[in-house]
Structures are given as C-alpha cells and as structure tokens.
Design a protein around this ligand. Structure first.
Ligand SMILES: Cc1cc2nc3c(=O)[nH]c(=O)nc-3n(C[C@H](O)[C@H](O)[C@H](O)COP(=O)(O)OP(=O)(O)OC[C@H]3O[C@@H](n4cnc5c(N)ncnc54)[C@H](O)[C@@H]3O)c2cc1C
Length: 390
C-alpha cells in the first residue's frame, strides 16, 4: 500500500461489496488502496434458491469466484471479520490479525439466528441456503410419498428478512408443485404473515391477495411466530393463535452479523444505522453500510443492495477525488428496488418501486416472459450488475 493513498476497506464479498469494489477499483485507483474482505471464496446468487427446491438441479451455477468478478485493482482478503473498532478505525479477523482503514463500507449481509424462535431448528424447514434446501427436498419427498396430503404451513419467523417476495414465491410454487403431484385437493396451504397483508406495499398486496384467493391459499395476517411446538406439530403466534402443520416451511430469523453487535453503529438487532439516502452512518461519517446489513426502510434484496452500492460508491469516489467533503455527501439513493416474483413454477410478476412510488401497473400481470427473465437473470447478475456498469 502506498502512504499517500486513502485506505478503503469493504467488508463482504457479496452483491453490494463486489459492486462497490468494482466501482472504486476502476474509478478511484489513483486515490485509494481498496481492499475487499470476505470469508468466502465465492459470490453466491441467492435469487434462484426457491426454484432449486423443485427443479432439483445442483447449486453450482449460483457460485462465481470473488476474484473472477472483482477488478484487479482491488486486493482481496479472505478473512472472517470478528471485531470492528470504529473509534480506532480498525477491523480484526478470526486469525488474530487486523487492518486499519480511512473509509469503511459494510456489506456483510444478514445472519440467520435459528435460536431466536424456540423450536425453529427442530421443527421448521427453510430454503434460505443450500443446506436448508437439501433438508426441505427430503421432507417434501416424504410428504409426496405418503400421498395423503395434509397441512403445509409457509411463513416468516421474524422481521426483517431478506427478499420479502421469497416466501410468496415459496407458497405459489408449492401450490403449483402440489397440483402437478395431484395432491392439491388433499393439502391445505397456509401462509403466515407478521404484517396486515401478504405483502407490505398496499398496491402490490391487492394483486398478491387476489392470487391467494384464486389459488385457495389461506392467509393468516398479523401472525408473529412465538414458538414452534414440535411435540404437537403446532406453530404458535405471539397473539396466542395456534396452527397445526404436517410440514412447516419458514423464513429463518434474521439478525446483523455477530461482529457488529455491541458496536456503536448498530441497532439492538445488529443492523447498521445509516442515513436512508446517503447510506452514511451519522456518528461515524467515514462508515457506509448497504444491502442486507443496513437498517433501511426498504426491502433487503439484491436489487436494492445493487442500487445502494452504486450510490455509496459514487459518494466515496467524489470524496476520494476531493470533489466533495465527507460532511456533505449527496442523497443518491431513493429507495429503488426491483423484484421478479415467481407466481407459479412457470410464471412471474415484476415489481419496481422506490421510497415514494409503488410498483408499476404492468408488473402485476403474471406471465411467462417475466418467468424467463427471472430464470436467466443470474447471467445479468454475474456479468452485468456485479461490474457496477449497469
Ligand atoms: C431465498 C432467497 C431468494 C432471494 N431472491 C431474491 C430476488 O429474487 N431478488 C433480489 O433482488 N434479491 C433476492 N434475494 C436477496 C439477495 O440475495 C440479498 O438481499 C443480497 O445478496 C444482499 O446483498 P449483500 O451484499 O447485502 O449481502 P450478501 O450478498 O449476503 O453478501 C454478504 C457477504 O459478506 C460475507 N460476510 C458475512 N459475514 C462476514 C464476516 N464476519 N467476515 C467476512 N465476510 C463476511 C458473506 O460471506 C457474503 O459474501 C434472495 C435471498 C434469498 C435467501
């Protein structure tokens, strides 16, 4: 590292971290030494996970080496972060070493805290990572082999969670899958939502709930999961409601990464506090956070991480080039997020919204074209979005 350059450290080699790294590596290489820290060798494309429950394909196509997708001007450190000292501007690693920084970007995603809901580990299946899907595939096979149907309950253990449409996709695809297996008539499908509707944006929720009604999916609103009683196969809500299940599929409880807890920049669950439009921490202005790790009033999703990364990176580039003072960063993020929502195994809708605008009307039309875009979107992700050029 040269002494006259600023040291920029980016934590997390996923969607947001890689985009920031690429933009800084290309546009601020003369002003900054950029280091990307990630505990994994690969970027993992999560949006295909719900589909993997049903198509049974391998997960290989969802991985791409971090080194291959990151600009060569960026140094990559394969380390697990275990400590952050924002007062002394230092990040420490599992092996005992540490790294100083002038500017820090946190994009370490979300951590699944399975213990946060009693009974989750023993009673619930999920599709929020590869391991979860292997287990769920077996449970679904058993359900089908028994051939008698029953109660499938799909829900959300806790708020917030990433990709608010993923549980909707799970229930719509399961419904289609059951029809294919001739088990739909004998299976009750229940959807547990902790909020007042199936989806948080009212204009979109109307369309989602119409689909629920058409497909005969039972919606339980304001169902905040308190305990899963595995002995009775019952899921109980904070409000005292109980629902029996034969197969329970739940989004796991999400929290900020363990190393963030107790630092002065996070809320009680470990999400990094940042200004909603600048993505800068207001007490430590040299710290930016984005993606799932940030405490923002917008969906935790790859698309929002993408737009946030662009906004944070361009602010940093301007600071590094001396075009802007750190106390005057621009409000570059407007809450933009997009989601292709699977509405069966062969159709999808498209939501595009921001802090001030609900999704466009055309996106509510569920069709085959959106499904094909979703199916092949990972190419755009690996070869387009991650570069920070689009
Ligand atoms: C089932 C499912 C379906 C989804 N579908 C969609 C979709 O259709 N559309 C969409 O836009 N989004 C979707 N998402 C969400 C999307 O994948 C994430 O929101 C997005 O990847 C967030 O990017 P990020 O940079 O914040 O975090 P991530 O991409 O999760 O990256 C975090 C990185 O930080 C690393 N890290 C974490 N802790 C440490 C540590 N202590 N030390 C070092 N490195 C660390 C991780 O290894 C990882 O590389 C889905 C997610 C799931 C689970």
């Amino acid at each position: 590292m040269s002494i006259d350059k600023s040291k920029v450290v980016i934590l997390g080699g996923g969607t947001g971290g890689v985009i920031v790294a690429n933009l800084l590596g290309r546009k601020a290489k003369k002003q900054a030494d950029v280091t990307l820290v990630s505990k994994q060798d690969n970027v993992f494309y999560e949006a295909d996970l719900p589909y993997r429950i049903f198509d049974r394909k391998s997960f290989k196509s969802q991985y791409k080496s971090v080194r291959k997708v990151v600009n060569n001007n960026v140094s990559i450190l394969k380390e697990e972060v275990v400590g952050l000292d924002v007062d002394n501007k230092s990040v420490s690693f599992k092996g005992g070493s540490s790294i100083p920084y002038d500017y820090l970007v946190i994009s370490t995603g979300a951590h699944y805290d399975y213990d946060a809901v009693p009974g989750f580990k023993e009673g619930a299946y999920h599709y929020y990572n590869e391991e979860g899907i292997h287990e769920l595939r077996k449970a679904l096979d058993e359900f089908v082999e028994q051939g008698k149907g029953g109660n499938i309950v799909i829900g959300i253990a806790d708020l917030p969670f990433k990709c608010p449409v993923a549980p909707l996709e799970g229930v719509f695809m399961t419904e289609h899958f059951l029809r294919r297996k001739k088990l739909r008539k004998t299976t009750n499908l229940h959807y547990l939502s902790p909020i007042g509707g199936a989806f948080s944006i009212e204009q979109a929720n109307v369309h989602i709930e119409k689909k629920f009604a058409k497909k005969g999916i039972n919606l339980h609103t304001f169902f905040n999961t308190e305990t899963i009683h595995t002995d009775r196969k019952v899921v109980e809500s904070l409000e005292g409601d109980e629902l029996e299940y034969d197969l329970l599929i739940m989004v796991p409880p999400h929290r900020g990464q363990p190393f963030l807890h107790g630092t002065p920049i996070v809320d009680s669950e470990g999400w990094v506090n940042v200004n909603t439009k600048t993505l800068q921490n207001e007490d430590y202005p040299n710290v930016f956070a984005l993606g799932d790790a940030a405490n923002l009033p917008v969906s935790k999703a790859g698309s929002s991480a993408h737009y946030q990364a662009m906004a944070a990176a361009h602010n940093l580039i301007d600071i590094l080039k001396g075009k802007m003072d750190i106390s005057q960063v621009k409000e570059r993020y407007n809450g933009h997020a997009t989601c292709l929502v699977m509405t069966s195994l062969t159709s999808a809708m498209f939501f595009d919204f921001n802090y001030n605008r609900p999704p466009f009307g055309l996106g509510y039309i569920s069709n085959r074209l959106f499904y094909y875009i979703k199916k092949y979107q990972r190419f755009l992700y690996f070869y387009g979005f991650l570069s920070g050029r689009m």
